[in-house]
Design a protein around this ligand. Structure first.
Ligand code: AQP
Length: 330
């Protein structure tokens, strides 16, 4: 049995990038009976960027409901809030003492976010990968399904785990990243050379999973492509069209080759409409379930509580193992 662990931050909106690159794959992995799945709302990570408390609270509820709406089943998987399991912070502190400042300085996300939030380059922002390492290592994780942007953080998690195992013996399982074949990096609809990001200030660049069908179609129709007319999958030279083809492939459950065949004879406008329609259909049942769940606060609360209890049981054991090895009196 493999342990699968991943998390998403409740920051802003859940984007189509998060859906395709992350949570939709989590659902698929959950349906494999050989997997033990643990999914978290990474709400401690979110405050590395300043949040407005009321909105943040709303986002936490919303994202938890989104996770269940996508099909994560609290009876099959552990679905919990990171802040409900205090072991994450304690392990992060211990791991900090085995992580070098130079390593953190090199992290691409830290550099990007420092540039974006120059007035708030806080320690949490720099320490983000160590907290993420704690998240993953607490659960003896085998596989971490993530988009491309998180690969560097998986690498540092492995480095920290190996470093500690080399000193104290087999304390942590060394995890592998798992990148989906298609959709690991959904790009902005307005600048297809950069990833679709929750915090993009241009709403036309990002599809929210909760956008209405009209809005989704409008955004795809406005998607930036190129001045050519050929539909081909070539992310280097035709970033916009390739992005649309990747999204269409996932939305239709087909390969890129099959999708290209489907689009033979299409003009760019036809492709945009087909992507829009397919994404609307893909998100329809998910949106309906979300609308039902977001009204069911008692149910969400009960699921989150149960998830945290199950998560804590595992986390406590791992932390104890490490503290014992370090020589702490327990
Ligand atoms: N564009 C994307 N394509 C594919 N996968 C993506 N992921 C994110 N964007 C894309 C994957 O979604 C998971 C959760 O991401 P996160 O919560 O760590 O944060 P984020 O969405 O990556 O954050 P942003 O968009 O950069 O948000 P802000 O703007 O708030 O900083 C991860 O597995 C990630 O790989």
């Amino acid at each position: 049995m493999k342990t699968i662990y991943s998390a998403i931050q409740p920051s802003g909106i859940m984007t189509l990038g998060n859906y395709i690159g992350a949570v939709n794959n989590w659902r698929t992995m959950q349906s494999d009976g050989d997997n033990k799945c643990i999914f978290a709302l990474a709400d401690l990570h979110t405050i590395t960027v300043r949040q407005q408390p009321e909105q943040f609270n709303k986002n936490c509820w919303s994202f938890y409901a989104l996770l269940l709406a996508v099909g994560l089943d609290p009876k099959k998987s552990i679905v919990y809030l990171q802040s409900h399991v205090k072991e994450h912070c304690e392990l992060a502190w211990l791991l900090n003492c085995y992580t070098y400042v130079g390593e953190m300085n090199r992290m691409t996300q830290f550099k990007d976010k420092s540039a974006k939030h120059a007035d708030n380059i806080n320690m949490g922002l720099m320490d983000y990968p160590v907290l993420m390492a704690a998240d993953i290592l607490l659960y003896d994780t085998d596989l971490v399904p993530v988009g491309y942007d998180q690969l560097q953080h998986i690498e540092i998690t492995r480095d920290i785990a190996l470093r500690i195992n080399n000193i104290y013996g087999d304390i942590f399982k060394v995890p592998d990243g798992f990148i989906p074949k298609v959709g690991a990096k959904i790009m902005s609809l307005q600048d297809p050379t950069s990833k679709m990001s929750k915090s993009d200030t241009n709403p036309n660049a990002v599809i929210s999973c909760l956008d209405t069908p009209d809005v989704i179609m409008k955004k795809f129709k406005r998607a930036v492509t190129d001045s050519d007319t050929t539909i081909a999958y070539d992310p280097q030279n035709k970033a916009g069209i390739s992005n649309l083809l990747g999204i269409l492939a996932v939305a239709q459950g087909k390969t890129i080759e099959e999708t290209l065949k489907d689009c033979e004879g299409f003009r760019y406008g036809d492709l945009k409409v087909r992507v829009g329609e397919s994404v609307i259909e893909m998100l329809r049942p998910f949106q309906e379930e979300y609308n039902r769940l977001i009204e069911a606060k008692d149910y969400l609360t009960a699921c989150a509580k149960e998830g945290a209890e199950k998560a804590r049981e595992i986390a406590e054991n791992t932390l104890k193992r490490f503290k014992e090895a370090l020589g702490y009196i327990l």
